[in-house]
Design a protein around this ligand. Sequence first.
Ligand code: OGA
Ligand code: MN
Length: 301
Amino acid sequence: MKVDIKYPEQDFYATISGVDVKSISDGDFLELRKVVESCGITVIKDQEVNDEEQIAFSERFGELEISIGTNHKKENNPYLKPQISRISNVNIANDKLIPVDDHKVVFDRGNNWWHTDSSFKEIPAKISILSAREIPEEGGGTEFVDARHALETWNSKPRKYSVEQVKNDITEHSIVYSRMKNTGDIFNDKFKKDMPYVRQRLIRTHPYTKRNAFYAGSHCIHIIGWELEEGRELINEINEWIVNSGEIARHKWSNGEIVLWDNRRVLHRGTGYDESKYRRIMHRTTVAGDKPSYEEEVILH
Ligand code: OGA
Ligand code: MN
């Protein structure tokens, strides 16, 4: 197994070669896991997998989330296992393009705003594992930024609040809020009721590296106990700094590639593509967290 780190100064974005995720040995898996936990993003090229194989590989990292997907309603989708989130403009039942104004395509377009997966769930995700099944001829990349580097360089500019001052602050996150802001009011009342605001830490200590990162992104609404505008201003400042403080890893997909990212450390976004013209099929599995982030402890060094 060979590991190449693209941004070594941030220990960020590893590319792995010489493994097959379908038959990876326990020893190689341990090594891979260390890379995934310490590099934020890990690319594994040339991995043709089907859903069962992706799930089996992903489960080696821990229990998987059940997708909130708008595409798992039993009545119209017997095709997908509940652990798979399908990010796609191709109808799985008839293999045809879905109209660009369809709920599913609009929902997936919401991924084009910087976010961290499942931060709108009480127990947010650890690792996301995305498999490129069919990539468009043009566009459709995914970008990643390092919220740990952002935290560690926060004090390189004059700031109203230091990391020390906000280290125990708790925010609220919601996908209803973020989609409303970015793609319009797309959810019905039942979905809104089922997806209440959830509390998250603004700063998290990574359990493996013990280093801290900001935890924000587009689902993050406000800071509990703060005057609304003041909290939002700080969240905006943090989100902007996450994107501007370090490298933006711009991933251009190849078919059959798997990318794993650590939602406790990175923000990501899709870059968009012409959904009326090109097909894009990506299948994601998501390793579930073990507890709400507000139950974690933040250790400042
Ligand atoms: C995701 C996601 C972006 C993309 O799968 O969680 O945000 O480029 N994907 O598909
Ligand atoms: Mn995502």
